[in-house]
Design a protein around this ligand. Structure first.
Ligand code: MN
Ligand code: MN
Length: 285
């Protein structure tokens, strides 16, 4: 009798453990954060990988997708997905270098082309957004991912916004981010310039960014609704700007009007109309 009762008790205990395990599983997210399409929200400028499109040339990398402008020596825009799946412990590589993926015959901006200019080699897709592997981090140091950025913009305003985006990931979100620069002429630490490297790199007048924030999940594009948080920022490329990125918030429509691009073009037009008309008023840190 005793062994039987003991066996029954053991079975009951096992069942209890099984139930509590199931309960624990249910409490964790059903979808783990993944690495999703860097261009899922659309190609803002209709960039194509064709030699006949040198000022709007599509360059697809595993880590980000961009439109390159050969005549300006910098990207028009760079688009990427950000989630915990892209984040790890790879150290900052700092291996700034020319991008050999550009079509042959095009000038490849060199790591030293910004030297002494008073402008930083400003990442579009940030180093700290790609730390899962050394190769991923290294890819962000290609000069095709850089724009001449006023140091106070790059190191303060822009850095604060980049850091804030990663706090949103820590809080259980994934993001789609597109950023870029336009116009001609900015004010760095050594004054106003329109170009660097003997005219091969244009100094932009403005640096902009659009972030779409979603709780971690799957089928991201279809989960975007009129209440999805969209943060649009447009900053002057001027060393005297404010360090608080929140003061440069604007609407996606305003950035579209300034650049001629169609952002978030993968979304239905009615949804774009709603999301793109308003400026974010949410927290900034
Ligand atoms: Mn619009
Ligand atoms: Mn749009």
């Amino acid at each position: 009798m005793k062994p039987l009762i003991f066996r029954a008790a053991t079975l009951a205990l096992l069942a209890l453990v099984a139930v509590s395990c199931t309960k624990t599983d249910d409490a964790t997210p059903t979808t783990a954060a993944g690495r999703d399409d860097n261009l899922a929200l659309g190609n803002p400028s209709g960039a194509v990988a064709s030699l006949s499109s040198p000022t709007n040339y599509l360059l697809v990398k595993d880590q980000y997708t961009l439109s390159y402008n050969r005549d300006q020596g910098k990207p028009n825009w760079v688009s990427w997905h950000l989630s915990s799946a892209w984040l790890g412990s790879a150290p900052r590589q700092d291996d700034f270098r020319a991008d050999a993926d550009l079509p042959s015959g095009w000038y490849q901006v060199k790591a030293t082309d910004y030297s002494g200019s008073g402008f930083d080699r400003g990442h579009n897709c940030p180093s700290a957004d790609r730390t899962s592997t050394v190769a991923d981090n290294s890819a962000t140091f290609l000069m095709s991912n850089m724009m001449p950025q006023a140091p106070q913009n790059n190191q303060q305003t822009w850095a604060n916004l980049e850091n804030y985006a990663r706090t949103l990931v820590d809080a259980g979100n994934e993001l789609y981010i597109v950023c870029g620069s336009y116009g001609r002429g900015g004010t760095g630490s050594a004054g106003y310039e329109t170009t660097l490297a003997g005219g091969k790199v244009t100094v932009p007048a403005r640096c902009w960014k659009v972030l779409v924030v979603l709780p971690v999940g799957s089928n991201d594009v279809s989960r975007i609704t009129s209440s999805t948080r969209v943060i649009a920022v447009n900053t002057p490329n001027d060393n005297s700007l404010s360090s608080s990125w929140g003061s440069y918030r604007t609407s996606v429509d305003a950035i579209e009007a300034a650049t001629g691009y169609d952002l978030l073009s993968a979304l239905p037009s009615s949804l774009q109309n709603t999301l793109e008309a308003r400026a974010d008023t949410g927290p900034t840190n």
